[in-house]
Design a protein around this ligand. Sequence first.
Ligand code: PAF
Length: 282
Amino acid sequence: MEQFNEKEKWSEIWLEALKSNKTIGFVPTMGALHQGHLELIRTAKSRCDLVVVSIFVNPTQFNNSSDFENYPNTLPTDLDHLRQENVDFVYTPSPEEIYPESPELKLYFGPLESNLEGGFRPGHFNGVGIVVSKLFHIIRPHFAFFGQKDLQQVAVIQRLVRDLSFPIELVIVPTKRESDGLAMSSRNLRLNKAERETATILFHSLIKAKKELIEGKAWFEVQKEIQADFEKNQLTKLEYFELIETASFEIQTEFNPSKKSSLVVAAYLGEIRLIDNISINF
Ligand code: PAF
């Protein structure tokens, strides 16, 4: 595995790869790698000749400075994982390499921007859009791999690729879960024992709500019941539990089985904010 910090280095490698008709798969990350990331990497390895992973904790996507400061940094272990997965290249740029100056450009993603993650984390998707665009321009991959766990981020990046005509195929990889159902996330590392045990409430509430909707219970009743479940639990604070149309991310007031829909949740466990989602009908 070759580690590089400068885009000029990658341009040389990229040119060689292109000359020998190799397909390039790209997995952007912020490090603190877990099995969910490794799943993205394994999918990339199975589909592409060369796989490049980036590790960059992007300051512009954090709307909360303490979240940014406390974001786990586990670079030596991350590099070990990547070596074990036979990743070909890892890009570990400095903040100056990515942001030689702070961007004036602002990206706006319409309704995706104002509801749910967009509403609760103002500026987050602008930061994601800017850094992903920069990384796409630097790496110039054929394929890029993202996890379904960050469903709204997936919708934002699909929009970015369409609106800016990036010649990149996006591959969305299903959420990897712990054996008790908790969606894998770098933030799980920051949960204490009691919070970790309680964190399964997110997944269990999604499963319960999906079952009840499929059985025909009205959405407003299901939502009220789930909100009450969270209220009973001292360790969690629910931010939202919503039914959305998957493609547009529009919040639904009732379940329409003919529309592709998902359930999405965000909740705090102590100081740690977790998100999860489940699709109801594919
Ligand atoms: O999903 C993430 O880890 C980040 O949002 C991403 C896509 C690497 C951009 O910083």
